[in-house]
Unconditional design. Structure first.
Ligand SMILES: C[S@@+](CC[C@H](N)C(=O)[O-])C[C@H]1O[C@@H](n2cnc3c(N)ncnc32)[C@H](O)[C@@H]1O
Length: 234
C-alpha cells in the first residue's frame, strides 16, 4: 500500500480506531504505550524537554508521554506528527486542559524539524506502515539530540508461535473478523494482519537501527513477544 492509501485507510477507520484498539488488544494497548513513554523519557534529565511522537494517530502516546514523568512534565512539550489529519483531529478531542501537546500533519520520512532538536522520539504501531523504514530511522536519528532515544513499539513478527499458537489463531482468524464487523472495513484489518505477518524479527530490526547509525540498540519483548519495544540511542 502506498502512503496516500495508508493515510486514506486510517481516515476511514478513525471513528472506531480507539475502541477497537482497546477491544482487540484485550486492554493491553495503553499499558504498552506507557512502557514506551517511560523508556523514551527514562534518560531525560533536562528541563524544557521536547518529545517527538511520530505516527501519533489519536494522540495516546503523546498523552502517555505527558503522564509518565510528572517531575519534568511542567516543562515538557510533545510534538505529535502524523500524515493523516483525521486521526489527529480525533485525538484533539482528548486535549481538553492539555496545552503541551502540539499535533502536526507531517510525514515521518520528511520531518519538518532541525537537526538535533528533540530529546526523544517515539513511534507506536507506525513503523509497520512505513517503507522504506531506513528513511524514517535516518530522520529519527537526525532530529534527536545526542544521548536521546528513539523508542519504537511494534507488534512482534506474527510468524512466531505464541501461547502455544492461541495468539496466532486470534491474530489470523478472530482479530480480522472483529475488526471487520465493527469498522465495516475488511481491507483495514486484513492489512493489519498482513503487515504484522510480514514484519521482520526483532534482531533484524536491531540490525536496521544499527545500520542507520544508532550507537546503542536493544529490544524488550512485552506480553510474551506479542509486542516488542525497540530502542536506539544516539
Ligand atoms: C496504527 S496507527 C498508530 C497510531 C498511534 N501511534 C497509536 O499508538 O495508536 C498508525 C498511524 O501511523 C500513521 N502513519 C503511517 N505512515 C506514516 C508516515 N509515513 N508519516 C506519518 N504518519 C504515518 C497513520 O496515519 C496512523 O495514524
Amino acid at each position: 500500500m502506498n502512503d496516500s492509501a495508508v493515510a486514506g485507510m486510517f481516515g476511514r477507520i478513525v471513528r472506531f480506531y480507539d475502541v477497537l484498539n482497546r477491544v482487540l488488544s484485550l486492554g493491553f494497548d495503553q499499558r504498552w504505550r506507557a512502557v514506551l513513554a517511560q523508556s523514551a523519557l527514562q534518560a531525560v534529565t533536562h528541563n524544557k524537554v521536547v518529545a517527538l511522537d511520530l505516527a501519533a494517530g489519536t494522540l495516546d502516546v503523546a498523552l502517555a508521554l505527558r503522564r509518565v514523568r510528572p517531575d519534568i512534565s511542567a516543562d515538557m512539550r510533545v510534538l505529535a506528527l502524523d500524515f493523516c489529519p483525521p486521526m489527529l483531529e480525533r485525538g484533539r478531542r482528548k486535549l481538553v486542559g492539555e496545552n503541551a501537546v502540539l499535533p502536526v500533519a507531517a510525514d515521518a520520512k520528511k520531518l519538518p524539524l532541525p537537526d538535533a532538536s528533540v530529546h526523544c522520539v517515539t513511534m507506536a504501531f507506525g513503523i509497520r506502515n512505513i517503507t522504506p523504514r531506513a528513511i524514517a530511522f535516518d530522520e529519527m536519528l537526525r532530529v534527536l539530540k545526542k544521548g536521546g532515544r528513539a523508542c519504537i513499539l511494534e507488534f512482534g513478527s506474527g510468524r512466531e508461535r505464541i501461547w502455544g499458537g492461541v495468539y496466532n489463531v486470534y491474530l489470523n482468524v478472530v482479530l480480522p473478523r472483529i475488526g471487520r464487523f465493527f469498522s465495516g472495513d475488511s481491507a483495514a484489518y486484513d492489512y493489519l494482519v498482513e503487515t504484522i505477518r510480514a514484519f521482520p524479527t526483532a534482531t533484524t530490526l536491531e540490525d536496521e537501527l544499527r545500520a542507520a547509525g544508532f550507537a546503542r540498540v536493544w529490544h524488550i519483548r512485552l506480553t510474551s513477544g506479542i509486542v516488542c519495544l525497540h530502542v536506539g540511542e544516539k
